[in-house]
Design a protein around this ligand. Structure first.
Ligand code: FAD
Length: 418
């Protein structure tokens, strides 16, 4: 019988080790997470259930270490975008909020671990913590109170709205500012997007600085109560004369900006993978429901209006899959394609379109599936309701749908004023 593994996945591009990891995660989710999925939503404030589960995937299954160099205990997997697509799909099928927490931990250190921008010294310092036996998590802090989209809109704003400052004092950075909303706000290591020259429009002034959470001068607020994604903790983080060694800057003028842009590209692809994972969960739920539920004397799926909805969901999954895998391959294997670096602006803008399409697709899939589950879809018991609440934010983060639209149009139409 056709199942979620029949949707497009170019197996010849996905190394066996990644497929195996995906299968292990799927089984882990079914055994360990599905039975308590609803309880996770009540644990948004304390993460008493969530933290041990994060340890199981990030530490025991080795996700935190997957992309780190072998010298520090990592697995140094090739084709990182391909790997993230596998993870995004599999973990989001279980719980997209939990997926966000896992992927963000890895995302925070990508600017210092992914080639060609691997910082050996910082890997020596932080790598062993991510590869150790204790849970050690990362957080990538960009968003600020005055606006997340403007911070990310480097094309128009060129970093001039970034209010978090990094001042070099002899051999230390002194950081001051206020970040909010970053995933894993309760993490162990912050990668903080700062400016070395407030108000500047010189992209060389954008700095990515690693800040261990125990550093003096950091205050973390209470978790926000969100509509969904309880497994991802979001808070305010204040930096008040926080001092870290000068070597904790990811790279230096210009290079930090490129790594940040590459992280935005990766964020777009992760958003698509997460949307796909949710859509596959929805596919499974609605297929079972419309097969087993009888309306007007026959299974719900045998009614033409319902078949139309089912067909729509399948097409959304197929189209998003094809698009996502094509971009993943293009970025991982720049040698085979256009030879743009992964940090190239054109990838950042193009992948905005993919993220937007995937966000719209998952929103539609959840909503249409719920329409035909009726009141049962709206109840907690059948999980559609959870996916429907959780997925909404995939479109809201990374600058929201407005910025994603503008940047994608900027790429395809050479916009100059937007
Ligand atoms: C669950 C969750 C996880 C998150 N994780 C992270 C994280 O890990 N790290 C992090 O730094 N932040 C994170 N965020 C914050 C998120 O990225 C920001 O909320 C997002 O970038 C939008 O910023 P904003 O909310 O300040 O909206 P605003 O910047 O105020 O934007 C409001 C609206 O205006 C639109 N818009 C933007 N520019 C334009 C324009 N030029 N013209 C017209 N419309 C425009 C936007 O698309 C948006 O719809 C997270 C948020 C949530 C909810």
């Amino acid at each position: 019988m056709v199942n979620i593994d029949d949707f497009i996945r170019p197996n010849e591009w996905v190394p066996d080790v990644m497929t195996d990891m995906g299968n292990i995660i799927r089984k882990w989710g079914e055994d360990r997470y599905f039975p308590i999925r609803q309880q996770v939503d009540e644990d948004w404030q304390e993460h008493k259930i969530i933290k041990p589960l994060l340890k199981e995937l990030l530490v025991d299954l080795g996700l935190n270490a997957a992309l780190l160099p072998a010298e520090v205990g990592g697995s140094d997997l090739p084709d990182p975008i391909t790997f993230l697509c596998v993870l995004g799909e599999e973990i989001s099928r279980i719980d997209s909020g939990f997926c966000m927490a896992c992927l963000t931990s890895m995302w925070a250190v990508m600017p210092i671990c992914l080639n060609p921008y691997r910082n050996e010294k910082l890997m020596e310092e932080f790598g062993p913590k991510f590869c150790g036996r204790e849970l050690y998590m990362g957080c990538f802090a960009m968003t600020e109170p005055a606006g997340g989209a403007d911070v990310e809109n480097y094309g128009q704003m060129k970093g001039r709205t970034i209010q978090t400052t990094a001042r070099l004092e002899e051999d230390h950075w002194v950081i001051n500012g206020h970040k909010l909303w970053p995933s894993n706000s309760n993490a162990d290591l912050y990668n903080v997007v700062c400016t070395t020259n407030k108000g500047s429009t010189d992209l060389n002034d954008i700095a990515l600085i690693m800040v261990p959470a125990e550093t003096k001068g950091i205050t973390v607020g209470n978790p926000y109560r969100k509509a969904g994604m309880a497994a991802d903790m979001n808070c305010d983080i204040w930096f008040d004369d926080v001092r870290v060694p000068a070597a904790y800057r990811a790279h230096g003028p210009g290079e930090d900006f490129k790594c940040w842009r590459r992280n935005l590209t990766i964020g777009n692809i992760m958003s698509a993978a997460m949307s796909l994972g949710v859509m596959k969960a929805v596919y499974e739920i609605i297929k079972k429901w419309t097969t087993e539920r009888t309306i007007a004397g026959k299974p719900l799926k045998e009614h033409s209006i319902v078949a139309d909805m089912l067909c729509d969901i399948a097409m959304l999954i197929e189209s998003t899959s094809a698009w996502m895998w094509a971009y993943a391959r293009e970025i991982d294997r720049t040698d085979l394609y256009r030879k743009w670096e992964a940090s190239d602006e054109r990838f950042a803008l193009k992948t905005r379109g993919l993220a937007l399409y995937a966000n719209n697709a998952v929103e539609k899939a959840c909503s249409r599936a719920m329409d035909f589950m009726g009141s049962y879809g709206y109840s907690r018991e059948f999980d559609i309701e959870k996916h429907w609440r959780d997925q909404k934010v995939i479109g809201l983060w990374l600058g929201g749908k407005g910025l994603k639209t503008l940047e994608n149009a900027r790429y395809w139409y050479d916009l100059e004023t937007l």
